[in-house]
Design a protein around this ligand. Structure first.
Ligand SMILES: C[S@@+](CC[C@H](N)C(=O)[O-])C[C@H]1O[C@@H](n2cnc3c(N)ncnc32)[C@H](O)[C@@H]1O
Length: 162
């Protein structure tokens, strides 16, 4: 698989999984958390497909496209190792959808980071809430669910609190 193929598979999978999870959690009330703003493409997509829930973005350094930059009161600035525990204290277990795309090109580093943040994300999800992640997560109490049509196995993962 070329790097272009890998990139396309990642983008296609993100869109398929976000569309699926946004719809599956659509009846729930509670915030949506975007972990890792980057250029802001997936944040922009979430804004397009989720109109009735607040979307908070976690990012350590904002460098997004101007169209895809959250307002100050929806931005949670800092390292997620610090801001996720603070958000749990602030919001409780109310997140209806968490999307994480925090990794870079080093797969070993991404996996180690996913192991570190899994226990920070796990208690944030409301019942019925879902997490979409670009990396495999390590949860005790969330169920991994099958990917929707159009998503490429290994490029995206979906978990749900039953
Ligand atoms: C791959 S980019 C996200 C791309 C985004 N999904 C998009 O569609 O444009 C990853 C982002 O995660 C952020 N990030 C990585 N580690 C972080 C950490 N420990 N705390 C907060 N943000 C972090 C990086 O600064 C970067 O902006």
């Amino acid at each position: 698989m070329s790097r272009l193929d890998v990139f396309i598979a990642r983008m296609t999978s993100q869109r398929a999984c976000l569309n699926f999870a946004a719809q599956a959690t659509g009846a729930l009330k509670g915030p949506v958390f975007e972990l890792g703003l980057g250029n802001g493409r997936t944040y922009h997509h979430l804004k397009e497909i989720i109109r009735t829930r607040d979307i908070y973005v976690f990012e350590r350094a904002v460098a997004s496209h101007p169209d895809s930059t959250p307002p100050d009161d929806r931005l949670i600035l800092g390292d997620v190792n610090d801001t996720l525990p603070a958000a749990l204290a602030r919001f409780g277990a109310t997140a209806t959808l968490v999307h994480a795309d925090l990794g870079g090109h080093n797969l070993e580093k991404n996996d180690a980071f996913a192991r570190t943040i899994s226990p920070l994300v796990e208690p944030m999800l409301a019942h019925g809430g879902m997490m979409v992640s670009s990396d495999r997560m390590y949860f005790d109490s969330l169920t991994e669910i099958p990917l929707p049509e159009g998503a490429v196995p290994g490029r995206c993962f979906i978990y749900r609190r039953d």
